[in-house]
Write a protein that binds this ligand. Structure first.
Ligand code: 9WN
Length: 435
């Protein structure tokens, strides 16, 4: 294995580094994404983390998913953060006091969570852990919960009425300040005075110029407060809520979860058929609503205005993970991923179009490279028969992490590590790439 400077990647050292990060970030019954910046349990982090953890500590991998789903709401939603009661309120903002989720009838009363979700990567995780460390008992426990998670997204969140899930907050995408949301957010006032009442914790722990701007952060807080004050309800979202958007990555992962559930169903004695049908339906609706043949990419759709964002972002490549994508659409995504706009080696695919005038190599999801989306893209390439691209991307990921460490994200030109240094999903997914 060689990186682009032809320095060999030291695979043993890389594996040891990744294992050390995961040992350090384990917190009794779950993994934290980072000890400093993210001291609680995050939803899609837990999925990526457990996929890698399965190779070195399968009990912990199953445990992480179980902890998360123990906090599932009675309506099926899996909260984007499960708060650790042992962590001080001031160590993460917005914390449990801000979200103010009342104890839920029929739900666990002692667990505090947020009221928004993140992409459903957990069925894929369960299927992948089961391949490495088979445990039909865990799968039987998880299966109805994973089904309820999907039903929440596809019923309660189908604000557009076309069979796709809408997100009600940029944080739900996992790609917080992606340019994908700029048009939708621009319609909301950015009253930064809202921040006077709170302390942004992220800009104390991390570098402010890398994090979302205050104007964006003020909108995040206002949107979260509005959803909270509406009782975290999802009816009449278009009238009641200021941000209702269909994201191609979120929906691709929702369809992918149905495919994973079809396989899990076969193990637990349920019918895989309906899962496959739902995956096909979502894929079809995504092509009709989110695909632009002119850019050769998928784009987010603002359900309130009916307008598609023009921004070319990494979530627009993510539908490549879907095996049911027509070959011509897969080919256009593969072309775009390898083009000068993105480029998959020597440094992996960035979060945003490198040629865009507002491409920012340092600011969070507006330029830097993230390992989780690249890991997904690699699967997409491999699934559509692009073996050389899949391998190039794998080498590029191993190389940046070997040179820089298990950082949260990486500079899209130099590969330098940015953000928090001992980031769990980077470590976990590298272990999966090495397996
Ligand atoms: C808000 C934990 C999370 C990831 C997201 C990433 C970032 C949180 C934040 O960190 O979001 O949820 O405070 O910025 O954008 O993808 O799950 O690692």
């Amino acid at each position: 294995t060689e990186d682009h400077d032809h320095q060999p990647v030291d695979l043993d050292r890389l594996r040891r580094t990744a294992e050390t990060v995961l040992r350090g970030n384990w917190s009794g019954d779950h993994m934290v994404p980072s000890r400093t910046l993210y001291p609680h349990q995050w939803s899609w982090d837990a999925a990526f983390i457990s996929i890698g953890l399965a190779h070195v500590a399968p009990d912990r991998a199953w445990r992480d998913l179980r902890s998360l789903f123990t906090a599932q709401w009675p309506d099926g939603r899996v909260p984007h953060i499960v708060f650790d009661p042992g962590v001080n309120e001031k160590d993460y903002f917005p914390g449990p006091a801000f979200w103010d989720v009342p104890p839920l009838p029929g739900g666990p009363s002692h667990i505090r969570t947020t009221g928004i979700v993140q992409p459903p990567v957990h069925a894929l995780a369960a299927r992948m852990i089961h391949r490495v460390a088979p445990d039909a008992e865990e799968l039987r426990w998880l299966y109805p919960r994973l089904v309820a998670q999907q039903e929440y997204l596809l019923k309660h969140r189908d604000a557009g009425g076309a069979g796709l899930a809408s997100i009600v907050h940029p944080w739900e995408s996992g790609l917080d300040n992606s340019p994908s949301w700029d048009d939708a957010l621009a319609q909301l006032p950015a009253d930064v005075r809202v921040l006077d009442r709170y302390q942004r914790r992220d800009v104390q722990v991390s570098v402010a110029t890398h994090r979302p701007t205050n104007a964006d952060y003020a909108r995040y807080i206002a949107l979260a407060a509005s959803y909270r004050d509406n009782g975290y309800q999802d009816f009449d979202l278009l009238e009641r809520h200021g941000f209702v958007v269909e994201c191609p990555a979120f929906n691709a992962l929702t369809a992918d979860a149905e495919l994973a559930l079809a396989e899990i169903a076969a193990v637990v004695g349920a019918d895989p058929g309906p899962h496959r049908e739902r995956a096909a339906g979502i894929t079809q609706a995504m092509i009709e609503r989110l695909y632009d043949p002119e850019t050769g990419l998928f784009h987010t759709l603002d359900v309130r205005t009916g307008k598609r964002s023009k921004a070319r972002c990494v979530n627009g490549l993510m539908p490549l993970i879907l095996p049911g994508l027509p070959a011509r659409v897969a080919a256009s995504l593969a072309d775009q991923a390898a083009s000068a706009r993105f480029g998959l080696s020597p440094v992996p695919v960035p979060s945003y179009d490198r040629t865009a005038p507002d491409f920012d190599p340092l600011r969070y999801w507006r330029g830097p490279v993230w390992i989780n989306v690249n890991w997904l893209l690699r699967r997409g390439f491999a699934g559509h028969g692009y073996a050389a691209e899949a391998e190039a991307l794998r080498q590029a990921m191993l190389s940046v992490v070997d040179r820089s460490g298990c950082f949260e994200y990486f500079h899209p030109t130099t590969g330098e590590g940015i953000g928090t240094p001992e980031f769990s999903w980077t470590a976990a997914l590298i272990l999966d790439l090495l397996a």
